[in-house]
Design a protein around this ligand. Structure first.
Ligand code: DGL
Length: 262
């Protein structure tokens, strides 16, 4: 199986990390579209265009069988379009894990951190409306402009990042939020800081494991054997912090990096 995975930068590697635990005998190509990051502060049309160009690149260059949109923002803007344009491709997107969060919360107070574009998108509103009928839960939604840039700069533990999170999380801490949805694939990279700021036992929800399992099951339906090594090739459209990559994909040795222009 040949798998194409993309995100605006390092965030989607949190999904790739989960895939390394589950997927075997496959070739994985990852594009970090750092030239156009952050997606979360771009228009719907721009994000759609980046997503279509990257998908076409994967198909033309690597003849992929499966596409993983390892980005909540791009999923919100482009997944419907992609499914319509590429009906024979396995396509899996990333959505904020509101459903597992609603199931896990004890206090009935759930925080949602995401990019401005994801929270504004129809897809998110639809998800929340559907789930609101299932259980009486209060959602604390917070857009986090600037957080992706801090993470891309390697400033996960820097003072600006901590101050941003302190401001955004204080209302959640004061209102007994016990479960936080990480609605952007970059945010697991600041999971430890979030836990420290919240000063309590906390469920942090991200969906990398669920995506990896779904890919395995859809791949096997199409004859994938899941045997042997997973080979990963990383591309970025502009600069990227290679040290952070090694840190996220710890233990995974077969990583090659090439700079491309899309
Ligand atoms: N990692 C992406 C997401 O899951 C997008 C971050 C961005 O570029 O704003 O939403």
């Amino acid at each position: 199986m040949k798998i194409g995975v993309f995100d605006s930068g390092l965030g989607g590697l949190t999904v790739v990390q989960a895939m390394t635990q589950v997927i075997k005998g496959a070739e994985l190509f990852y594009i970090a579209d750092t030239k156009n990051a952050p997606y979360g502060e771009k228009t719907h049309e721009q994000i759609l265009q980046y997503s279509l160009e990257i998908t076409q690149y994967f198909i033309d260059t690597h003849q992929i069988d499966a596409l993983i949109v390892a980005c909540n923002t791009a999923t919100s803007a482009a997944i419907q379009h992609l499914r319509k344009h590429y009906p024979s491709l396995i396509i899996i997107g990333t959505e904020p894990g509101i459903k597992p969060a609603i199931e896990l919360t004890n206090t009935g107070k759930v925080g949602v951190l995401a990019t401005p574009a994801t929270l504004k998108g129809d897809k998110y509103q639809q998800l929340v409306n559907d789930l609101a009928l299932e259980k009486d839960v209060v959602l604390f939604e917070q857009a986090c402009p600037g957080l992706v840039e801090q993470i891309e700069k390697g400033e996960m533990h820097g003072s600006i990042t901590k101050t941003m999170l302190e401001v955004w999380l204080t209302p959640m801490r004061e209102n007994s939020v016990d479960t936080i949805v990480l609605g952007c694939t970059h945010y697991p990279l600041v999971g430890e800081v979030i836990k420290r700021v919240m000063q309590r036992d906390l469920n942090l929800i991200h969906t990398g494991d669920a995506i990896a399992k779904r890919l395995l099951s859809l791949g096997q339906e199409k004859g994938h054997k899941n045997d042997g090594k997973l080979k990963i090739t990383l591309y970025s459209t502009d600069n990227i912090d290679k040290q952070i990559i090694s840190h996220i994909l710890e233990g995974h040795t077969e990583v090659k990096q090439i700079d491309i222009q899309i």
